[in-house]
Design a protein around this ligand. Structure first.
Ligand SMILES: [Zn+2]
Length: 322
């Protein structure tokens, strides 16, 4: 879909303003919280991350973008202080926002709690995409200053910067919906589909947001959370009630899987759609070389969106595939 110059100008304007806010606390109740940001966890530290860690570390994908070369990913041990964090909230507001799910038992019938679970993913992704856009924009600006990229020409650098800015813009606008719902206590705006995963505990935790499709000027984003809970794992998909019909195919697809088949479906969803996931180190070490290679390859192939492709039994994040 081609965008009008006015659309682009608006996006540029919003982006510039968001950039000013970047590195500040994203607390929705106050536009200018002056407190310094901390590394806020997008996956609960106490309970979830601590349960998955061995010697204070979990395993996460680590992506390296290398200029003209294809990106690389390796699965690396990361300390708990850093794993899954984003610098988008101050300590006070991180606490205040997520106290109801960090300090109280999670009850999937409690709409306030399930809302917060999704909100955390939305904030993290809005921040992460902004960070990525900021980075490529910085590289692009530098290329223009150095005379390496002509600002009047549609260069690959400019396209990449534009693409990242648009992605950040869409997530930023979407975050507003959650901010508004939070401030109004209107938690019913967000619907959830909760699934049991019959996997050994603890194996995996994931938190992300991805788009099912474009809807007019918006994207139908879904928040995805997976984590150990009550001796099992749960998978939670959260979406705006008005987007239900766009998410329904994914919900049905998972609903019709059982046991090991559901673990494969969940694994595939995570590898394709999520960069923010952690594994228990001993579990990752148990994976076969063929399994690790298949996971890495699918991960890289789907960095910018899902790829067609049939079932691959080697894509399993919950146990060794022999
Ligand atoms: Zn704050």
């Amino acid at each position: 879909v081609a965008e009008s110059p006015a659309d682009k100008e608006l996006k540029g304007y919003v982006f510039k303003n968001y950039r000013k806010q970047f590195g500040r606390c994203l607390w929705p109740g106050q536009s200018n919280c002056p407190a310094p940001v901390i590394r806020a966890h997008s996956i609960q530290r106490r309970g979830t991350l601590e349960g998955l860690a061995e010697n204070g570390h979990v395993v996460m994908p680590d992506v390296t973008l290398k200029g003209d070369d294809p990106p690389e990913v390796r699965f690396a041990e990361v300390g708990l202080k850093v794993a899954s964090t984003f610098t988008g909230l101050c300590s006070y507001h991180d606490n205040k926002l997520f106290e109801p799910i960090d300090d109280e038992r999670l009850d999937f019938g409690n709409r306030g709690q399930t809302f917060l679970l999704a909100y955390r993913s939305v904030l993290k992704e809005a921040h992460a995409s902004m960070r990525a856009a900021n980075k490529v924009q910085g590289v692009y600006d530098k290329a223009v200053r150095l005379g390496l990229s002509d600002p009047e020409e549609m260069t690959p650098e400019m396209l990449l910067a534009t693409y990242r800015i648009m992605a950040a813009y869409d997530r930023y606008i979407f975050k507003f919906r959650y901010d508004e719902a939070y401030l109004n206590g209107d938690f019913e705006t967000v619907e959830h589909a909760v699934f049991d995963l019959d996997a050994p505990v603890p194996s995996l935790a994931a938190s992300t947001m991805f788009s099912m499709r474009r809807v007019g000027r918006d994207e139908a984003f879904v928040a995805l959370n997976i984590f150990p809970h009550d001796g099992r794992h749960v998978l939670v998909l959260s979406y705006l009630a008005e987007h239900e019909r766009f998410v329904e195919p994914l919900v049905s697809q998972i609903k019709t899987t059982f046991g090991a088949g559901r673990l494969k479906a969940a694994s595939r969803l995570v590898v394709e759609r999520c960069e923010n996931f952690v594994l228990r180190p001993g579990l990752y070490r148990s994976f076969t070389e063929a399994q690790r290679t298949a996971i890495r390859e699918l991960f890289l192939r789907t960095l910018n969106g899902p790829a067609p492709g049939g079932r691959d039994d080697r894509i399993d994040l919950f146990g060794r595939v022999s």
